[in-house]
Design a protein around this ligand. Structure first.
Ligand code: TAP
Length: 461
């Protein structure tokens, strides 16, 4: 009998679907189909490949509300966020549909002939996605991979497969050739591991925890398989005394409690200059209490539940009875994996809550004395994904932005992701960059071809 997985709505604890769990043999079969489809897909003329991706984007656009509703039911995302996520899939497909006709090589001067480079696709790309942002994280991998002429086997997280399965249907409806984009739901230890181990998978894109990412990197090393890793984070939101404190405090809750804190870019450490520490906390308290934690199907919802009961228990373990809770927001009672926004302050930078990625709605607030100390605390982490700097001093903004060891930073803003700019982590937050113009390099190899035009003057090899 085929194994299955019950998909549970985290806001109601009701089963909303039952999905087959693929075996290693099923995964091998999908890889074989994607490898066979690669031969035809890479040969599709660039203009036609672009047109198919634009049609895929249009199919997603037409299905946006349905995709959003699926994500609310499967992942507990607020309907507002889920609509943005479905729109992000459309936008990223549209953006990379411009790529097939612009995958330029170079012509390099040589003697005795002509030297040109080609950006060649790699083959079958395996994409392994976590449960926190099932749609955006999938498309950041599959859109540039497909645009560059690769075929894709995508493994969604076992607990959140519904939107990925729907996207595969939309790709087929849009006319993408059979087996070019396959979604294989199942366990990471089975399907994900097979993608890593199978020699016909030529590249892995993994988003998830740093521990699993390290194991995947080691697995890829056995075959010198290229890998893009988007891993954990413990990002700092640095507030200097000269900042517009009202703006910084009003924005801070959404920079960490969005998606119930289940966000790799969550600014889960707020560092505040000591001279304005008390004033900042006084401004932060009403902002946190104003976060609307409620039924995620409501248009007014700003935060939904956590993904599972196990994850809620892990988050709660960082707030024991004697934790320095400064203040909290609210959360509904009754069914659902709810947890209120929680602010811990003051917190020793060495405390577990200040060091570990909690991946839930818990933020620590830490005082600092000067710029050097702020940079030291911000960098005192194995992670380096994102972060924010709040100051009215442009020189300081740039100095600190250059000194903080992360991949993606914002000044007087908490924005992390724009699909047309690069995104990714430093240190143990990742390897490689997604999105923006550079992502295509992660899905192509540079091939150099020399064509002799004058054998008499050809250079010796
Ligand atoms: P993980 O437990 O690492 O799982 C991520 C994915 O890897 C899931 O699909 C999982 O499958 C699969 N997997 C597990 N073991 C595997 C193995 N041995 N071989 C291949 N695949 C395997 O992470 P998570 O708990 O889902 O997600 C939370 C983490 O993701 C956080 O640390 C967060 O920071 C990180 N994250 C990072 C980013 C970026 S962009 N840096 C974005 C989002 C999330 P299952 O379905 O069986 O679990």
């Amino acid at each position: 009998m085929t194994a299955t997985h019950d998909v549970v709505n985290p806001a109601t604890e009701q089963v909303v679907a039952t999905v087959p769990s693929a075996t290693a043999e099923d995964t091998d079969a999908a890889i074989a189909r994607a490898a066979a489809a690669y031969v035809g897909w890479r040969a599709v003329p660039p203009g036609d490949r672009a047109r198919l991706l634009r049609r895929f984007a249009a199919a997603v656009d037409a299905d946006r509300e349905h995709l959003a509703e699926l994500e609310v039911a499967n992942a507990g995302h607020t309907i507002g966020n889920a609509r943005w996520e479905a729109g992000n899939v459309r936008d990223v497909l549209d953006y990379y549909s411009g790529a097939p006709e612009r995958l330029f090589g170079r012509q390099i001067p040589v003697s005795g002939g002509v030297d040109v480079t080609f950006k060649e696709p790699l083959g079958v790309v395996g994409i392994i996605v976590p449960w926190n942002f099932p749609m955006p994280i999938a498309v950041w991998g599959f859109a540039p991979a497909l645009a560059a002429g690769n075929t894709v086997v995508l493994k969604p997280a076992e607990v959140t497969p519904l939107t990925a399965l729907r996207l595969a249907e939309l790709a087929r409806d849009a006319g993408l050739p059979e087996d070019v984009f396959l979604v294989v739901p199942g366990k990471g230890s089975v399907v994900g591991q097979r993608l890593v181990d199978h020699p016909d998978v030529r590249k892995i894109v993994f988003t998830g925890s740093t521990d699993v990412g390290k194991a995947i990197m080691a697995g890829c090393a056995a075959q010198v398989k290229p890998v893009t890793l988007e891993l954990g984070g413990k990002s700092a939101n640095i507030v200097f005394a000269d900042a517009q404190l009202e703006r910084a405090a009003a924005a801070a809750p959404y920079a960490v409690f969005d998606n119930a804190g289940q966000d790799c870019c969550a600014r889960s450490r707020i560092l505040v200059q000591r001279s304005v520490f008390d004033r900042f906390l006084a401004l932060l308290e009403p902002a946190v209490q104003g976060v609307r934690v409620e039924d995620p199907t409501r248009d007014t919802a700003e935060m939904g539940p956590l993904i599972t009961a196990e994850h809620r228990a892990k988050v709660a373990s960082y707030v024991p009875d004697d934790a320095p809770v400064a203040f909290r927001g609210t959360a509904p009672d009754g069914p659902g994996f709810w947890y209120p926004p929680t602010v811990l302050a003051p917190v020793d930078p060495a405390a577990a809550a200040a060091v570990d990625e909690i991946f839930g709605p818990v933020v620590v607030v830490i005082p600092f004395d000067d710029e050097a100390e702020a940079i030291r605390i911000a960098n005192d982490s194995p992670y380096g994904l994102s972060g924010s700097i709040w100051t009215e001093n442009v020189g300081r903004a740039l100095r600190v932005a250059r000194a903080v060891e992360t991949g993606t930073l914002s000044v007087n803003s908490n924005a992390s992701v724009r699909y047309w700019t690069p995104f990714g982590g430093a240190k143990q937050s990742g390897l490689g960059r997604e999105l923006g113009p550079d992502a295509l390099d992660a899905f192509t190899d540079v091939k150099n071809v020399f064509i002799a035009t004058d054998p008499a003057t050809e250079e010796p090899s």
